[in-house]
Ligand binder design. Structure first.
Ligand SMILES: Cc1cc2nc3c(=O)[nH]c(=O)nc-3n(C[C@H](O)[C@H](O)[C@H](O)COP(=O)(O)OP(=O)(O)OC[C@H]3O[C@@H](n4cnc5c(N)ncnc54)[C@H](O)[C@@H]3O)c2cc1C
Length: 505
């Protein structure tokens, strides 16, 4: 009974959810929280049943004796006075859960926004859907691949980073239906929401390179971009004796566009330290026509590659790895069909990347498959109760955790305005940052905005290799990440930049 009532109430309610492009918008019909949903799930769990199976009458319930015992236990779960026949007819609805704020993805953006939304909505009203047991601080993988940090130091249990009281739905989102304000998880559960934040990250596509991922079983190849392969980079580096050390950049958007070359500079330093540099030819084969997108930092990097005798080849896209022969095959993007085979002793692969499938196949996506949000407010362009953050969005800036940090402050503000039926007023300027690690003790700290202009925090020339910036990257930033960003306290360096530049920036 309660489920049906809740649904009926929800369906009849309709009021404004906020503004987009200056127009006031109506809330789509949606179910209110079902008071029975939590209990039902609990019963289903006690039963060792997937909640959705209750509604679907699984095969084993069709057997008379199991059906009897299941009915008996269901009866125990429900308060007296509710007939089993009612429960049966509305059981699908009872498998439902409802949250005022639902966050999809428990990575950098998802956890940070869960913490902020807990403060705004109260813990009970917020849930985050994330399948992974461990949350990783990915930016440190650059140093893991170079042996300067351990992989273990980059991860913490997801349970420890989900804000206390916020519900962790340990599942994978399989379907997003913004028309009905619901999502479906891979265990068949339907979750409804009033507001949705999508923070699903970016998809890695190693399989788009012929020969991968199998080639990672060979000892000369690694990739800092995944948990499974980041330590293989360090093994390959230590095994290196002589020959070509090849580093790649794919023909797609990537997260942290500096990372494919950071590991190259670290490899150069390592080979120098171990006396093997003379016997190594370091090659950077990139699909891009430039070394880095922002001229100020590209100029510095060109000086570095020249002084360290590193060969840079543009418009070269890795399409195949023949691990048995240690051959990497590149396509010349300026002359499609023309291939170039490079023998390697060490190969670091940056995989092609793309939008997350579940977004791509929903009406939340733009034509390319990215989450279609307003670049200033981070509110979805068509669904005003949906918001996006981080790598999964079509925000035209470099995809980094630093960008996510700046976005959390803007998005928090946007949501506060939408809740009051007011126009979002703070604008994201595209701030992003890439600490370009150039050795085991130096970093060039690139910071820039949508216009591709430097937007530097410190009142010094950040276009110079700096030891202090290295310590900031290696020692301070992880601390800011775990204690500041994930707890919803760090919204990027904007306020400090203003202070350090005496209000001039
Ligand atoms: C090697 C490397 C170096 C980097 N260096 C830097 C750096 O120096 N500085 C910097 O700022 N950034 C750096 N980054 C980038 C940074 O880590 C990302 O940009 C940032 O983590 C993006 O946050 P996000 O929340 O958008 O995505 P993520 O943190 O990737 O989170 C996405 C989450 O969504 C979950 N998910 C995916 N699909 C589903 C689904 N269907 N259902 C439910 N959950 C799902 C995933 O499990 C994941 O937890 C680096 C990244 C790498 C890999």
């Amino acid at each position: 009974m309660c489920c049906q009532v809740c649904l009926d109430q929800g369906l009849s309610s309709s009021r404004s959810v906020g503004v987009i492009n200056g127009k006031e918008l109506e809330r789509r019909p949606q179910p209110s929280p079902s008071p029975c949903s939590v209990d039902t799930n609990k019963c289903a769990t006690d039963w060792n049943l997937n909640p959705c199976q209750v509604g679907r009458s699984p095969y084993f319930l069709r057997k008379p004796h199991t059906r009897m015992s299941a009915m008996y236990r269901l009866k125990q779960c429900y308060p007296k006075g509710i007939s089993i026949s009612n429960l049966h007819t509305s059981s699908q609805a009872c498998a439902k859960e409802h949250f005022k704020m639902l966050v999809l993805g428990g990575g950098s953006g998802g956890i940070a926004m869960s913490a902020r939304m807990k403060r705004r909505f109260g813990a009970d009203n917020v849930a985050v859907v994330e399948p992974a047991e461990t949350h990783y601080y990915q930016p440190i993988w650059t140093l893991v691949g170079a042996g300067a940090k351990t992989l273990a130091s980059s991860g913490r249990p997801t349970a420890s980073v989900v804000p206390s009281g916020v519900k962790w739905v340990k599942s994978r989102v399989q379907e997003i239906n913004p028309g009905s304000n619901t999502v479906i998880t891979d265990d068949g559960k339907e979750i409804s929401y009033e507001y949705l934040i999508v923070a699903l990250g970016i998809q890695l596509h190693y399989e788009k390179i012929k020969g991968l991922p199998e080639a990672f079983d060979h000892p000369n190849i690694g990739s800092n971009y995944s948990i499974q392969t980041v330590e293989k980079t360090w093994i390959a580096l230590q095994n290196f004796k002589e020959g070509n050390a090849v580093f790649t950049f794919p023909n797609t958007p990537v997260k942290c566009a500096g990372a494919p070359q950071k590991i190259m500079y670290l490899a150069d330093s390592y080979l120098r330290k171990t006396g093997k540099r003379e016997k190594a030819k370091i090659i950077y084969n990139t699909s891009l026509p430039v070394l880095f997108g922002v001229k100020k930092y590209a100029d510095v990097l060109w000086e570095i590659v020249r002084s360290r005798n590193i060969q840079v080849n543009h418009r070269q896209n890795l399409i195949e790895v023949r691990a048995d022969q240690r051959e990497a095959v590149f396509e010349n993007l300026d002359n499609p069909g023309e291939t170039n085979v490079v023998q390697y002793e060490l190969l670091h692969v940056t995989p092609p990347m793309g939008p997350i499938q579940v977004i791509k196949s929903s009406s939340l996506a733009d034509e390319a498959g990215w989450l279609n949000v307003d670049k200033e407010s981070l509110q979805h362009k068509n669904y005003p109760n949906v918001f996006g953050i981080g790598d999964c969005t079509n925000l035209p800036t470099a995809k980094t955790a630093a960008a996510v940090a700046a976005q959390t402050a803007i998005l928090d503000r946007t949501i506060s305005k939408v809740l009051k039926n007011q126009k979002p007023d703070r604008k994201y300027d595209g701030y992003t940052s890439c600490p370009l690690v150039t050795s085991y003790s130096t970093v060039v700290l690139a910071e820039f905005d949508y216009t591709g202009q430097p937007l530097e925090t410190f009142p010094v020339n950040q276009g110079k290799e700096s030891r202090i910036m290295y310590h900031m990257k290696a020692d301070l930033m992880p601390h800011i990440y775990w204690q500041g960003l994930l707890k919803g306290f760090w919204g990027g360096p904007g306020p400090y930049r203003k202070l350090l530049h005496l209000g001039m920036k």
